[in-house]
Design a binder for this molecule. Sequence first.
Ligand SMILES: *[C@@H]1O[C@H](CO)[C@@H](O)[C@H](O)[C@H]1NC(C)=O
Ligand SMILES: *[C@@H]1O[C@H](CO)[C@@H](O)[C@H](O)[C@H]1NC(C)=O
Ligand SMILES: *[C@@H]1O[C@H](CO)[C@@H](O)[C@H](O)[C@H]1NC(C)=O
Ligand SMILES: *[C@@H]1O[C@H](CO)[C@@H](O)[C@H](O)[C@H]1NC(C)=O
Ligand SMILES: *[C@@H]1O[C@H](CO)[C@@H](O)[C@H](O)[C@H]1NC(C)=O
Ligand SMILES: [Fe+2]
Length: 466
Amino acid sequence: MGLDFFSVLLVLGLVLNSLLLFCNGGLTSSFVRKVEKSIDMPLDSDVFRVPPGYNAPQQVHITQGDVEGKAVIVSWVTPEAKGSNTVLYWKENSSKKLRARGKYNTYKFYNYTSGYIHHCLIRNLEYDTKYYYEVGVGKTKRKFWFYTPPEVGPDVPYTFGLIGDLGQTFDSNMTLTHYENSPTKGQAVLFVGDISYADTYPNHDNNRWDTWGRFAERSTAYQPWIWTAGNHEMDFAPEIGETKPFKPFTHRYRTPYRASGSTEPFWYSIKRGPAHIIVLSSYSAYGKYTPQYTWLEEEFPKVNRTETPWLIVLVHSPWYNSYDYHFMEGETMRVMFESWFVKNKVDVVFAGHVHAYERSERISNIAYNVVNGNCSPVKDQSAPVYITIGDGGNIEGLANKMTEPQPKYSAFREASFGHAIFSIKNRTHAHYGWHRNQDGCAVQADTMWFHNRFWYPVDDSPSFDS
Ligand SMILES: *[C@@H]1O[C@H](CO)[C@@H](O)[C@H](O)[C@H]1NC(C)=O
Ligand SMILES: *[C@@H]1O[C@H](CO)[C@@H](O)[C@H](O)[C@H]1NC(C)=O
Ligand SMILES: *[C@@H]1O[C@H](CO)[C@@H](O)[C@H](O)[C@H]1NC(C)=O
Ligand SMILES: *[C@@H]1O[C@H](CO)[C@@H](O)[C@H](O)[C@H]1NC(C)=O
Ligand SMILES: *[C@@H]1O[C@H](CO)[C@@H](O)[C@H](O)[C@H]1NC(C)=O
Ligand SMILES: [Fe+2]
């Protein structure tokens, strides 16, 4: 899809608007759309189709399996029987087929029993290489492929997609379709939490975890999705005897947390090409002395900006959010960690949770110490840009009520569904663009050139003066 006439008008409109509103702090987009209910796709939808054949593997998804990007975890579900837990894989054009064996697990949730959930770690892959892989046996063999990232290093370009709070509505399908058709091809997805929204059904109907897995397979089987835990992954339901938080999530989705010295799957780090990515958990303890706090304290000194210039953090609950929804929910974590983010010059923080879009200026709020009264965010060139991208399009619908006036630190906000692309060019520059679902795939409704905080810390959010 290209730029249609309507989209061009729209972009022009936004540009004019931004000029008009700059002196007033941030921009609240004037692009207002009819708010309709977001409806989950019915169970008989095309995207939920079960692959043909007895016990055929379904819900295939991959994620990074180590710190550097030379390993991949392949996961899938066989519904009827254990089946084979072998993955056959080979380099493009190579006749030498390799084999890796995984493990499977099952779980029960209230009166639901899962299929056989397989996880298989493939190691010692070559960088920057296309691999094919196959799961299943006989007539139900299914073949997919992925690309490994380039070797970790400062000047290898790499493009990440950003998706959050996706769910499985017609809007979710549109978000995924837009992401797939983006002219700037995302090579891996940084997913900021809230996957299936199965917990919005009676007894958290876990069949909706299965439908989500089948829906997303068209992307998750071909490029790694880097998982962040959201509140809809907790599935904490003592009223039906389900008291172990994150049970469906941990059985179905893997993260390479041990490789980065973490003790739980919910916080960990990876390197991928030019980026060091830290994933945090809003729903695990992070107070002083807790495992997550201690891990993060030890993680920051390991970041080597000569090797990975770009420092990216993913977390579900945003620290800076000027919508009425989930207002200040991220505050306690901000109080704990924000000074570390500034000290270590994090480039960007991506969050979800709020079902809308927002981008901040570079600001921090770390001067306050309870007695000194210094409690307003100030412009800070060592601080990250905070982006809320919880606009995947789930069943809970859009968050369209905003706090007024728009805080000065908020650069751009709009209640629309969409996704974003963070495209790292080299050690100094990364191009960022947010795409709303109503536009043609090439249209970027909000853009920013990121200047790396370590290598090129010149002001890249000049519209805010505190
Ligand atoms: C594999 O073969 C195809 C067709 O011959 C060719 O276009 C492609 O470049 C080859 N890829 C590699 C990695 O050698
Ligand atoms: C689980 O319980 C619900 C509500 O009691 C019921 O509608 C559903 O059919 C049950 N499912 C199974 C697999 O027993
Ligand atoms: C979901 O999107 C795909 C790709 O655009 C399309 O083929 C499919 O029909 C859509 N399904 C639903 C239920 O909207
Ligand atoms: C950081 O990475 C560079 C490039 O790989 C390497 O030369 C240097 O020794 C590393 N620094 C530390 C402190 O490990
Ligand atoms: C880095 O990328 C930016 C944007 O593409 C470009 O303007 C700049 O010249 C590049 N820097 C180097 C050193 O190549
Ligand atoms: Fe959420």
